[in-house]
Design a protein around this ligand. Structure first.
Ligand SMILES: *[C@@H]1O[C@H](CO)[C@@H](O)[C@H](O)[C@H]1NC(C)=O
Ligand SMILES: *[C@@H]1O[C@H](CO)[C@@H](O)[C@H](O)[C@H]1NC(C)=O
Ligand SMILES: *[C@@H]1O[C@H](CO)[C@@H](O)[C@H](O)[C@H]1NC(C)=O
Ligand SMILES: *[C@@H]1O[C@H](CO)[C@@H](O)[C@H](O)[C@H]1NC(C)=O
Length: 176
């Protein structure tokens, strides 16, 4: 009986270890990398060698008293007009998360602080994720039984990581 439990545990561990390889993980993009969301950065260049897939996340870090994150349509993106927003992604802390949950263009600008005119404008085209690599044959019932792990891996873990990283940045920025 004990041996059976051990084997079961080994099978579960093997599955958990293999899962991140066979699933396409949602990615969290720090907009501007270590320069974050600031003027005088060309976000067209930042985005041009990247693929943004459905369910990825954009993470904006910026000076909350100066800038914001406003979603507009293409016309208003080109002209830096934030007067007719599609969405206001700013939550007031200078740490905003945009969940890319639709395959389309997202036109994001800073509507304040003259940020958009200074280059704070980002056009992201969200694509369907590529098919996952061919997984080792796992019986459908086993896959279903473990599908909750997929949820934790794609949603709960990224959210937990944002929270931790956001808190860490707040601590770091307070000392700068
Ligand atoms: C940003 O880079 C793109 C691609 O090289 C270029 O077309 C665009 O004019 C640049 N934008 C600014 C504001 O310099
Ligand atoms: C964007 O919205 C403006 C109104 O704010 C409208 O005049 C314009 O045609 C729209 N552009 C697109 C591409 O939908
Ligand atoms: C966006 O929403 C935030 C938080 O609710 C609010 O403080 C801010 O004024 C809004 N910005 C705009 C431009 O509507
Ligand atoms: C995508 O997210 C937005 C904002 O959170 C929400 O209003 C919308 O219903 C979502 N759309 C889909 C297809 O999940």
């Amino acid at each position: 009986m004990a041996r059976l439990a051990l084997i079961a545990a080994a099978v579960v561990l093997a599955f958990l270890a293999a899962a991140p390889v066979t699933e396409v993980a949602a990615k969290r993009w720090i907009v501007g990398d270590n320069k974050f969301w600031n003027p005088n950065i060309n976000y067209t260049i930042w985005a041009q060698d990247k693929h943004f897939y459905l369910d990825d996340w954009l993470y904006f870090v910026y000076e909350r008293n100066q800038y914001n994150v406003i979603e507009v349509n293409e016309t208003n993106y080109i002209s830096c007009n934030a007067d007719n927003p599609i969405a206001n992604w700013s939550r007031g802390s200078g740490r905003d998360v945009v969940h890319l949950n639709v395959t389309r263009h997202y036109y994001l600008i800073s509507g304040s602080g003259g940020g958009c005119y200074g280059g704070m404008k980002l056009d992201v085209l969200v694509e369907k994720p590529p098919p996952p690599p061919i997984a080792a044959p796992i019986k459908n019932s086993a896959r279903r039984a473990f599908s909750n792990f997929g949820f934790a891996h794609r949603f709960v873990i990224p959210v937990a990581v944002f929270t931790v990283i956001g808190t860490m940045w707040d601590a770091v920025l307070r000392f700068c």
